[in-house]
Design a protein around this ligand. Structure first.
Ligand code: ADP
Ligand code: NI
Length: 214
């Protein structure tokens, strides 16, 4: 990668860090750094462009509506930054194309939109960060921040819960991986979640009110 591109990545990274350092919904700077390094690892194996991959990984949550207004920016503002940093127009368009398509919440809206190789890589990295040990931790943090239950059953069946989120989303992510490398990396993380849920279920069943012996 040439020096100008390296400088541009440093500028993007510094800006994103400042913006997301105090983000509290699970899209904080540490999430971005994990997605960045996973993306680079996958991109190298899959032969994706390293500059486009890293730039998209760094900015992938910046225009997402689920971030508070303080943390997100408009597409126009991001475009303005890209031109300040002298990122070429066609590259800026490609990066924006990737990051608008990859959010899980936009999955239905963009389900027919074709992702570039770099987009597939960053989407895999983002999904990998939602599963495994870190994914488990993020799920309970998110549920805690929203005041959700730990798990649901009986009369609480339809109330949102942390454990419910595994069935709704996290256990499906392994089948949604775009790249061979992403799938390979997902396996261990997926198996860990399955083992964790099995253990958790055992503990939950043991303590059901109808099993209490007085
Ligand atoms: P993304 O679109 O990047 O996947 P989300 O806002 O959906 O972002 O998720 C951010 C983090 O919070 C992820 O780790 C995700 O699994 C977790 N999360 C999202 N929704 C829920 C939920 N309803 N319950 C528990 N965790 C959730
Ligand atoms: Ni993300």
């Amino acid at each position: 990668m040439n020096q100008q591109k390296e400088r541009q990545l440093n500028q993007i990274s510094k800006w994103v860090r400042e913006k997301l350092i105090d983000e509290e919904t699970g899209h904080d700077w540490l999430h971005i750094t994990r997605v960045r390094s996973l993306s680079i690892e996958i991109a190298k194996k899959e032969g994706a462009d390293l500059f486009m991959t890293e730039a998209a990984a760094l900015t992938h949550d910046m225009i997402d509506e689920k971030l508070s207004e303080k943390h997100r920016v408009s597409v126009d503002e991001l475009n303005k930054r890209f031109s300040e940093w002298k990122i070429e127009k066609n590259e800026a368009d490609k990066i924006l194309g990737i990051i608008t398509k990859i959010s899980f919440r936009n999955r239905d809206k963009y389900k027919d939109a074709k992702l570039s190789k770099e987009g597939m890589v960053v989407q895999d990295a983002d999904r990998l960060d939602a599963i495994g040990a870190i994914g488990i931790a993020r799920t309970f943090m998110y549920a805690g921040s929203k005041g959700h239950l730990l798990y649901h059953e009986g009369e609480f069946e339809n109330i949102p819960s942390a454990v419910g989120h595994f069935d709704e989303k996290l256990l499906h992510l392994i089948d949604l991986m775009n790249t061979k490398t992403g799938r390979k990396l997902a396996k261990r993380r997926h198996d860990l979640m399955v083992a964790f849920l099995k253990e958790l279920k055992k503990r939950v069943l043991m303590h059901r009110p109808n099993r209490i012996v007085r």
